[in-house]
Design a protein around this ligand. Structure first.
Ligand SMILES: Cc1cc2nc3c(=O)[nH]c(=O)nc-3n(C[C@H](O)[C@H](O)[C@H](O)COP(=O)(O)OP(=O)(O)OC[C@H]3O[C@@H](n4cnc5c(N)ncnc54)[C@H](O)[C@@H]3O)c2cc1C
Ligand code: SF4
Length: 800
C-alpha cells in the first residue's frame, strides 16, 4: 500500500513540490491537496499583470483541474484546514472533512498584513494577495475614482500601477522617505519615484496612517501629522504574515514562521513545511525563487533522492511595472569593508551600482537598464573572483560586451531567477527535445513560467542555439511574444499616437514584457527611426551585437573589418594601407570577400578602433541591416560586351544608398550586359544594362532560399535607375517587417503592388525624397564611433 501524502495549501510552492515529487516517482504516494481558494493552482505573481490588464485570470493557471485528475491527486478545494491532530495523524477542515496522513506538508503561504488601525474593516479596504482581492480591486476601479495604496514596496507599486491603468487616481502612501527601501538605495529609489510620477502616480511620503474613515465604505485616510486624503478604495500593501495558526495551535515550533531544518522538516518528524509559511535558519522568504528551491529539496528528500539539503538563498528582485526597469540583489548599502562601483547617466536615467567585497560582488542595484542584472547576480551567487574584470562600465570581463549577450554567458549562469533555470539547462532542453519556441522551452524547463521577465533572454538563447531555424513569430500572431499587435498595427500606433521612444511604445501599447524581447527591441528601434528620422535618436543598445560593435564577431571572439569599396573598386594607396595595417596588427587573414571587397579577419577586439583609424576608410557595413554592397562588372569601361558603364553606375548606387537602415540586409548587382557577370538576377535589386537602357529587377535572393528576381521595369538613363532604386528601397523600408528580406517581402505584399507603386511617377518622387531625407540624418559608422569615447570603450580590454 502506498503511503498517504497530504498537503495543506494549494499555492505556488506547495504545488511545485508535488510536481517535483511526481516527476521523480509518480507511484510513491497517494496524494491529497487541500486548498481554501476555490481555484486550481495559479501563478500568484501574475496577479499584478492581471490588474494591469496585461493578461487574464484564465491565462495565469499553472495547473488546471485536469492536471490533478491526470496525476491521481485528490484535490479538496475551497476548504480551510482548521486543525491538525498529531496523534491521529489527521487534518480537519472547516467543512468537516477529515483526511489521514502518513506524511504532511504545510504550504499555507502568507496573508496580506492589514494595519490594525480604526476603520481597517470598512468596505473598500483590501489586501493584494489572491484572485478575489484582485477582482475586488478591478470591480472598485469600475465604480469609483480615487484609490490609495498604503505601502511603496514592490507589491504596492504594482497594485498602484494596475489601478492607474484602470483609470483611477492613485496616491501611494509610504512610511519612509524612499520607495522600495529594502531593495533600492536612495539614488535608485529617487529615479523610480520620478518615473512613476511621470506615469501619473502621486506620492505621500513619510506618512503614518492612523485612521481609515468612512461610514460603511471607506471615504479617506488620516495621518499622524493631521493631514488626510480622500479615497474610495484602500489597498494595504504593507507586508505579509506567514499563515502559521494551525501549526502553532498544534504545538509545532513556530517563530515568525514554522521552523524547519535543511530538509524542510518541522519539529514533528512526519510534518514538513515549505514556502512562505516556513522559516529556515531564521529566515521566512517572500519570493518564489527560494521557495522553489525548497520545493525541490523537499521533493528529493521525500522520494529518497540524494540532496545536500536547503542551504538558504540570496534574493533578487525585479518590478513588474512598465517603464521602470530595475534589478536588485544581495546587499544594497555599502559598509566599511565594501567598495561601490557606481555609474549614473542622468541623460538616459540609468543608474548602476555594484558592491564589491574582497574582490567579489556582494550587491547589485540597477535602474533604467537592468539587462546586466542576471549576469551580475550570477557573479554574486557564484562568488566569482572579479580581479579579471574591468569596472569601466560596471564590471564586464575584460574583452566582453554588456547587455543581453547570451553567447558570452556560461552554462551555469541563471536565466530564470524565479525557477532557477540555467542557460545550460535551456540549451540542453532545446537540443535534446528539438524545442523551437519560447512556450516549448517554458513547458519543459519552466524558464519564463513565473514572472516572465526572462522571456527575452530565453528567446535570445533559442535564437543563438538554433540560428536561422528560430522563428520567434512562430507562436504568436503579433509582432512578437510581448504583444498581440501586428507590425502594421504597431507602426500605425506610433504614427497616430505620436510615440517617441521604444519604452513609450511598449508602455502605451501595453506590451506584456516591459523591457521588450530580443525580437521587438531592435524592431521598435528600426520602426521609430524609419518613421521619425529627424527626431528619433538611435538606441544602439537595442541593436544586435554585431551592429553595436560595427563588425561581425567571429566564432573565436575576434572581429572582421571590411571597409567600403564602392562597386568593388579600390586603389593602390588603399591596398598598400590595408597591407600595412594587416602587418602592423598581425591580422591572421586578409581575404577577398564574396561581396568584392577586402576583409581583415581575426582582428583582436582592442585593435578594432585602432585599425579603423589607421585605415582611414569608410565602413563597409558588412554586419548591418542596410545596403551591404553593389556588385558590378567592369561593363563598357573595359569589357567588349558591355553596353553601359555598369561600374560607374554601381559606384553611384552604393554611394547614394549606403548606411541607411533597412528591414534586413540588402544587396544590389549591376551587370553591363545580359551575360550577367554580376549575378544581378539574384540580388535584392538588380540592374542589367542593355543597348537602349537598364532593365530593373526586384526581390532576388542567393542565400538559403534562392529566388530569382521579378522584373520591375526598364528605364533609359542612369539617373532614372538611381531614382527608382531609392524609391524601391524606401518602399521596402516603410512596409517591410523588421527582419524580412526583400524576397519574402515582395511575395507578401505582391510583385504587382510594387510595380504599380513604382509606375506612379509622383509616388516614386515622393518615396525617393523621403529616402534622401532619411539618408541625410545618417553619419558614417566608424568615423562616428571613433569620436565617441563611450562607444570606443566598448573595445577596451582593461584589467583591474
Ligand atoms: C500580487 C503579487 C505579486 C507578486 N510578485 C512576485 C514576483 O514578482 N516575484 C516573486 O518572486 N514573488 C512574487 N510574489 C510572491 C509570491 O507569489 C509568493 O512568494 C508565493 O506565491 C508563495 O508561495 P506559497 O506556496 O508559499 O504561498 P501561496 O502561493 O500563497 O499559497 C498558499 C495557499 O495556501 C492556502 N491556505 C492557507 N492556509 C490554508 C489552510 N489553513 N487551509 C487550506 N489552505 C490554506 C492559501 O489560501 C493559498 O492558496 C507576488 C505575490 C503577489 C500577491
Ligand atoms: S556582364 Fe557583360 S559587360 Fe559585364 S563583364 Fe560580363 S560580359 Fe562584360
Amino acid at each position: 500500500m502506498r503511503s498517504h501524502l497530504v498537503m495543506i495549501g494549494n499555492g505556488m510552492a506547495g504545488a511545485r513540490c508535488i510536481e517535483e515529487i511526481i516527476k521523480r516517482n509518480p507511484d510513491l504516494y497517494d496524494i491529497t491537496m487541500i486548498g481554501d481558494e476555490p481555484y486550481p493552482n495559479y501563478n500568484r505573481i501574475m496577479l499584478s499583470n492581471v490588474l494591469q490588464g496585461k493578461t487574464t485570470f484564465n491565462e495565469i493557471n499553472i495547473n488546471d483541474w485536469d492536471w490533478y485528475e491526470a496525476n491521481q491527486i485528490r484535490l479538496v478545494s475551497n476548504e480551510h484546514v482548521t486543525q491538525i491532530r498529531l496523534e491521529e495523524q489527521q487534518v480537519i477542515t472547516d467543512k468537516g472533512t477529515i483526511v489521514s496522513y502518513d506524511k504532511l506538508i504545510i504550504a499555507t503561504g502568507s496573508s496580506a498584513f492589514i494595519l490594525p488601525v480604526p476603520g481597517h474593516d470598512l468596505e473598500g479596504v483590501v489586501g493584494f494577495r489572491t484572485i478575489d482581492d484582485t477582482q475586488a480591486m478591478m470591480d472598485a476601479a469600475g465604480q469609483y475614482k480615487k484609490a490609495v495604496v498604503i505601502g511603496g514596496g514592490l507589491l504596492g507599486l504594482e497594485a498602484a500601477r494596475g489601478l492607474l491603468d484602470r483609470g483611477m487616481e492613485v496616491h501611494v502612501v509610504h512610511l519612509l522617505a524612499d520607495l522600495m527601501e529594502v531593495q533600492l538605495d536612495h539614488a535608485a529609489a529617487a529615479l523610480l519615484k520620478r518615473d512613476l510620477e511621470k506615469q501619473g502616480m502621486k506620492f505621500l511620503m513619510e506618512k503614518k496612517t492612523t485612521e481609515i474613515y468612512g461610514d460603511e465604505r471607506v471615504q479617506g485616510i488620516r495621518f499622524e501629522d493631521g493631514t488626510s486624503v480622500e479615497c474610495d478604495l484602500v489597498v494595504m500593501a504593507v507586508g505579509i504574515r506567514p499563515n502559521v495558526a494551525i501549526a502553532r495551535d498544534t504545538g509545532l515550533e513556530v517563530k515568525r514562521a514554522i521552523c524547519v531544518n535543511d530538509v524542510l522538516q518541522t519539529s514533528d518528524p512526519a510534518i514538513y513545511a515549505v514556502g512562505e509559511c516556513a522559516e529556515h535558519r531564521g529566515i521566512a522568504y517572500g519570493l518564489v525563487a527560494p521557495l522553489y528551491e525548497q520545493a525541490i529539496v523537499l521533493a528529493d528528500y521525500l522520494t529518497g533522492n540524494p540532496t545536500t539539503g536547503y542551504q538558504g538563498s540570496i534574493l533578487s528582485t525585479q518590478l513588474k511595472v512598465a517603464g521602470c526597469d530595475l534589478f536588485s540583489g544581495g546587499e544594497i548599502h555599502p559598509c566599511e569593508n565594501t567598495k561601490a562601483i557606481v555609474v549614473q547617466d542622468e541623460c538616459s536615467g540609468t543608474y548602476k551600482k555594484v558592491l564589491v567585497r574582497d574582490n567579489k560582488v556582494v550587491g547589485v542595484v540597477l535602474y533604467g537598464d537592468a539587462s546586466d542584472g542576471t549576469r551580475l547576480f550570477s557573479m554574486l551567487k557564484k562568488q566569482s573572483d572579479i580581479s579579471e574584470f574591468t569596472n569601466a562600465s560596471v564590471l564586464h570581463k575584460a574583452g566582453e560586451e554588456s547587455g543581453l549577450d547570451v553567447a558570452s554567458m556560461s552554462a551555469d549562469e541563471t536565466v530564470c531567477g524565479c525557477n532557477g533555470v540555467t542557460k545550460g539547462t535551456i540549451v540542453g532542453a532545446i537540443l535534446e527535445h528539438g524545442l523551437t519556441t519560447f512556450n516549448e522551452v517554458k513547458t519543459i524547463t519552466k524558464a519564463g513560467g513565473s514572472c516572465g521577465k526572462c522571456r527575452g533572454m530565453v528567446e535570445a538563447i533559442l535564437a543563438h542555439t538554433l540560428g536561422d531555424k528560430f522563428d520567434a513569430s512562430a507562436e504568436v500572431s503579433g509582432m512578437c511574444g510581448c504583444t498581440s499587435l501586428s507590425r502594421d498595427e504597431v507602426v500605425a500606433a506610433i504614427k497616430e499616437k505620436g510615440l517617441q521612444t521604444p519604452k513609450e511604445v511598449r508602455n502605451v501599447l501595453g506590451f506584456k514584457n516591459e523591457e521588450g524581447c530580443s525580437k521587438c527591441r531592435p524592431a521598435l528601434n528600426y520602426y521609430l527611426r524609419m518613421i521619425r528620422p529627424d527626431e528619433y535618436e538611435d538606441d544602439k543598445a537595442s541593436r544586435f551585437v554585431n551592429e553595436r560593435m560595427e563588425g561581425n564577431i567571429q566564432k573565436d571572439g575576434t572581429f572582421s573589418i571590411i571597409p567600403r569599396m564602392y562597386g568593388g573598386t579600390t586603389s593602390p594607396d588603399d591596398l598598400i594601407r590595408i597591407g600595412e595595417v594587416a602587418k602592423k596588427y598581425n591580422v591572421p587573414l586578409v581575404k577577398i570577400t564574396g561581396a568584392s571587397r577586402v576583409g581583415l579577419y581575426g582582428v583582436k577586439k582592442e585593435d578594432v578602433p585602432k585599425i579603423w583609424a589607421d585605415l582611414e576608410m569608410r565602413s563597409g557595413y558588412a554586419y548591418s541591416k542596410s545596403l551591404r554592397n553593389v556588385k558590378s562588372c567592369v561593363g563598357s569601361r573595359f569589357c567588349r560586351f558591355g553596353t553601359q558603364d555598369s561600374l560607374g553606375l554601381g559606384i553611384r548606387l552604393e554611394q547614394e544608398i549606403e548606411m541607411v537602415d533597412t528591414p534586413h540586409k540588402m544587396k544590389i548587382g549591376v551587370s553591363g550586359c545580359p551575360r550577367n557577370c554580376a549575378e544581378a538576377l539574384t540580388k535584392d535589386f538588380g540592374i542589367v544594362c542593355v543597348e537602349n537602357g537598364y532593365q530593373l529587377y526586384i526581390g532576388g535572393n542567393g542565400g538559403t532560399e534562392v529566388r530569382q528576381c521579378d522584373s520591375l521595369t526598364t528605364v533609359t538613363t542612369e539617373d532614372e535607375v538611381l531614382l527608382m532604386a531609392k524609391a524601391y528601397v524606401q518602399m521596402y523600408r516603410e512596409t517591410g517587417i523588421y527582419g524580412e528580406r526583400t524576397a519574402p517581402w515582395v511575395e507578401r505584399i505582391g510583385v504587382d503592388t510594387v510595380r504599380r507603386a513604382l509606375a506612379d511617377q509622383e509616388q516614386v518622387a515622393s518615396l525617393a525624397a523621403r529616402f534622401e531625407h532619411a539618408r541625410d540624418t545618417y553619419a558614417e559608422a566608424w568615423g562616428e564611433a571613433l569620436i565617441d569615447d563611450q562607444r570606443k570603450q566598448l573595445y577596451t580590454v582593461e584589467k583591474r
